[in-house]
Design a protein around this ligand. Structure first.
Ligand code: S3P
Length: 166
C-alpha cells in the first residue's frame, strides 16, 4: 500500500490517528513536526521566537519535499497547507486525508494538551484560535483526496473509515 498523509488543524488527532494507522497497516509512522524539531535542535516555540513563522514554513516545505515518494503514514503540522507550493506537493502525494474537526472539539483539546507548546494558539482566546482556523478550511479541503469527519468518533473508528475509503 502507498503511504497515507494526514492533514488537519492542531488538535484534530493527526498524531494519535497516525500512530494507530501505522500499527494497523504495519507502515512506519513519521511526524513532520518531530523531523523538524530533530533538525533545528530546539522546540518549535523557540524556533518561532528566534526565526519567525516563515522560516518554520520553509523547513516544513523541505521536509515535505524529502517525503514526496513516501510509503509511510505521515502526520503533518496543521499549517502545512498555508503555502501554495505545499498544497501542490500534497496533491501529488495522495492519499491525503483531512481529519476534519470543529472548533468546539479542538479548542478544549488544545487547552488541555500540555505536551507541546503551539506558538500560533498559545495564550490565544477561543475566538482568536477560530480566526487562525477558518481561513485554512478551503486549503485543507483543496489539498485532501479524502475528508473524514472526526467529531464524536474514536481513533479506532477513524482509522477504520480511512482504510475503507482510500
Ligand atoms: C502549526 C501546527 C503545529 C506545528 C506548529 C504550527 C500550525 O503542528 O507545526 O506549531 O500552524 O497549525 P500540530 O498540528 O501537530 O499541532
Amino acid at each position: 500500500m502507498k503511504g497515507i498523509i494526514l492533514i488537519g488543524f492542531m488538535g484534530a488527532g493527526k498524531t494519535t490517528v497516525g500512530k494507530l494507522l501505522s500499527e494497523k497497516t504495519g507502515m512506519e509512522h513519521i511526524d513532520f513536526d518531530d523531523k523538524i524539531v530533530e533538525e533545528i535542535g530546539m522546540t518549535i516555540q523557540e524556533y518561532f521566537d528566534l526565526h519567525g513563522e516563515e522560516a518554520f514554513r520553509e523547513r516544513e516545505t523541505n521536509v515535505l519535499k524529502r517525503y514526496l515518494d513516501h510509503n509511510q503514514v505521515v502526520s503533518t503540522g496543521g499549517g502545512i497547507v498555508m503555502r501554495p507550493e505545499n498544497r501542490e506537493l500534497l496533491k501529488q502525494m495522495a492519499p491525503v486525508v483531512y481529519l476534519q474537526t470543529k472548533p468546539e472539539v479542538f479548542i478544549p483539546r488544545l487547552k488541555h494538551d500540555h505536551t507541546t507548546v503551539r506558538p500560533l494558539v498559545v495564550s490565544k482566546s477561543p475566538e482568536e484560535i477560530r480566526q487562525v482556523f477558518e481561513p485554512r478550511i478551503p486549503f485543507y479541503v483543496e489539498s485532501a483526496s479524502l475528508v473524514i469527519d472526526t467529531d464524536e468518533r474514536t481513533p479506532e473508528e477513524i482509522v477504520h473509515e480511512i482504510l475503507e475509503n482510500i
